[in-house]
Design a protein around this ligand. Structure first.
Ligand code: ADP
Length: 648
């Protein structure tokens, strides 16, 4: 029995958009349908490795395109895995991915600027058929199932029907009822051109019945008058089926590489880098790996994350979910690895254990890191682009890939106090700029560049001309535990612990003055600690301030400000980290407080101003004030007092 069912709201919205908003480049619908057919065959072939009965009486994998000029339909058929009623409902009536909603919002916001090629990226390729159709029908039969088949049909109007039907053999037909303005897709040459352009490397044959009229000729080769031309139909394969990764590099054109990238990544942009190589000897494999230009949408969808590099064994597709092939921090890579060492019927368990996979991974990581290092040297602009998109992911490798830690360190890039906003430096470049007497590499963690550049903690370093790296990526704070040194130079967080940047001579020269300052401020420091009580861990004199009156720092092992915010965001009950309030003894405000304290240790101004100083330190550290109202009140009073003074 057939029954009208409504699409899930999201699908309906998507359909509306596909049909009404995305006009250009409609021909990609054919690529999407062929790509689905090819995937379906790959899956059937994989299942048949374990269960030969799936092949039944249809052992030759193929995709077939048929046109019916009278009915004005174009049909894409495959003898792949097919679907049962449940799968059909699941895959085509619903969109499983939770990212779809977000995609739709984006689409609606940028209707004009998003190309329809984007569609494929979100796993909604099938619906692109509605760009050229007023009605789409799917007839399908699941391989290896007793069901006779099932049909799905919709006019793209918000409803679809599912009806039991009979399909003779396993596989799927997608029947596209073309709208009058898209009848060009009934034309053999249009189809040929589109297949060649978008699907030439599809491994399975894409066939079409080609009808030719042959005029009958006499012995002299002259057409016989009055005789009707003879019609012949031959089935032709439209695609060259060349597995592009199997071909020598110099035989593959730039355009072919790009098209194949679109096929494996569903990305609408061109790749940033193409890496094609082969390894022979102990292990044998070929690989064609791409670095995308920007993170693909699916990289933000947890449920799609594992759709990475495709693993083939001797040209047979095995899986695109082989986590062992690439470490997590390189999950942005797309492409194909084809191994000659694995058995075809390789199982998940074998993959996890396989030595061949481990060797491939090792080789692949090295190749990719080498390529990036090369790009950084020879094409710094392109490398910046890479870093903007994937730097954060690559950094994770510092924590997870111990073996390649040194290589990854060479690839890191940071903004710094010596560079204009937006420019970044490598650690090697930083070291090359270090003045002779600078012994360590300095960095500060902050929420953004402005906060880092204006942090009071930077003052003494600026005064000395020492460069400070800005760790502004949320992951930086956490990674600093893995990035403690670079080429025997310690990396030091200048917002933590006891900073000492003076040379031995300088220290000796300042020793007297320092002792004096400690003695002069001893009572004030103690009084302020008493006023602030538990809010701070300690009050002490600073060695890092030259201009500001005060700042907050963490102790050596304490959590940085940035890290604390992240922890708080994850768990609101995280107790606030107690910090150290550092004072600049040379600042006129501290000098004045010293006098107030000396005159009358119980003066209420002392408590009031100490609290204000602490709030100021919180603000410059971009930490929330504990009591903003009290702060505002104090500031108002202070301004009123000062104006009264002014009027006198
Ligand atoms: P994607 O292919 O990106 O997952 P589609 O919207 O194109 O998204 O297809 C949705 C799902 O429908 C596919 O993942 C697949 O499970 C199923 N499907 C589509 N076409 C076929 C086909 N020809 N044979 C078998 N299953 C198919």
């Amino acid at each position: 029995m057939s029954e009208q069912r409504p699409f899930k709201t999201e699908v309906k919205k998507l359909l509306d958009l596909v049909i009404h908003s995305l006009y250009s480049n409609k021909e990609i619908f054919l690529r999407e349908l062929i790509s689905n057919a090819s995937d379906a065959i790959d899956r059937a072939r994989f299942e048949s490795l374990k269960d030969e009965s799936i092949l039944e009486d249809d052992p030759e994998w193929k995709i077939k395109i048929t046109v019916d000029k009278e009915a004005k339909t174009l049909t894409v058929s495959d003898n792949g895995i097919g679907m049962n009623a449940e799968e059909l409902e699941q895959n085509i009536g619903t969109i499983a991915s939770s990212g779809t909603k977000r995609f739709l919002e984006q689409l609606q916001e940028n209707k004009d600027s998003l190309s329809p090629e984007l569609i494929g990226q979100f796993g909604v390729g099938f619906y692109s058929a509605f760009m050229v159709a007023h009605r789409v029908k799917v007839v399908t039969r699941r391989a290896g199932s007793a069901d006779q088949g099932v049909a799905w049909e919709s006019q793209g109007d918000g409803f679809y029907t599912i009806t039991p039907t009979t399909r003779e053999k396993r596989g799927t037909d997608v029947i596209v009822y073309l709208t009058p303005e898209n009848e060009e897709y009934l034309d053999e040459w249009k189809i040929r051109k589109t297949v060649k352009r978008f699907s030439d490397f599809v491994e399975h044959p894409i066939n079409m019945d080609i009808e030719r009229e042959e005029v009958e000729r006499d012995d002299q080769g002259k057409p016989i008058e009055g005789k009707e031309p003879k019609k012949t139909i031959t089935e032709e394969t439209l695609n060259s089926r060349k597995a592009i990764w199997q071909r020598p590099k110099n035989e593959v054109t730039e355009e072919e590489y790009k098209e194949f990238y679109r096929h494996v990544s569903h990305d609408y942009q061109e790749p940033l880098e193409t890496i094609h190589w082969q390894v022979e000897g102990q292990t044998e494999f070929r690989a064609l790996i791409y670095i995308p230009r920007k993170p693909l949408f699916e990289m933000f969808m947890p449920e799609q994350r594992d759709r990475g590099i495709q693993l083939y064994v001797r040209r047979v597709f095995i899986t695109d979910k082989c986590e062992e092939l690439t470490p997590g921090y390189l999950r942005f890579l797309r492409g194909v690895v084809d191994s000659s060492d694995l058995p075809l019927n390789v199982s998940r368990e074998i993959l996890q254990e396989a030595r061949a996979i481990r060797i491939i991974q090792k080789n692949l990581v090295k190749k990719v890191l080498d390529t990036l290092a090369d790009m950084k040297e020879k094409n710094p602009e392109r490398y910046q682009e890479f870093w903007t998109g994937f730097g954060t992911m690559l950094k994770e490798g510092l924590h997870t890939d111990f073996e390649n830690g040194d290589r990854i360190k060479e690839l890191l890039m940071y903004e710094s106090s010596h560079l204009e906003a937006g420019k970044r430096t490598t650690l090697a470049e930083y070291v090359s700029r270090m003045p002779e007497h600078q012994k360590e590499i300095y960095y500060i963690t902050a929420e953004n560049r402005t906060a880092a550049a204006n942090a009071p903690q930077l003052e003494a370093f600026k005064a000395k001309g020492y460069e400070v790296l800005f760790f502004t990526d949320p992951i930086d704070d956490w990674l600093s535990q893995d990035l403690t040194s670079y080429k025997e130079k310690t990396l030091r967080n200048i917002g933590k612990g006891d900073v000492d940047i003076d040379s031995e001579e300088e220290k000796a020269a300042k020793e007297e003055a320092r002792k004096q300052a400690e003695a002069d401020n001893k009572d004030l420091v103690a009084a302020m600690k008493e006023i602030l009580g538990d809010k701070v861990k300690e009050v002490r004199l600073s060695k890092r301030l030259t201009e500001s009156a005060c700042c907050l720092v963490s102790d050596e092992w304490g959590m940085g400000v940035h890290m604390e915010k992240i922890m708080k965001a994850m768990n609101p009950d995280t107790p606030p980290t107690k910090r150290i309030l550092e004072l600049n003894p040379d600042h006129s405000l501290i000098a004045a407080l010293r006098q107030v304290h000396a005159k009358d240790a119980k003066d209420p101004k002392l408590a009031e101003y100490t609290e204000m100083l602490y709030d100021e330190a919180l603000l410059t550290a971009q930490l929330p004030l504990e009591d903003p109202l009290a702060f505002a009140k104090r500031i108002s009073n202070l301004m009123a007092d000062s104006l009264q003074e002014h009027l006198k």
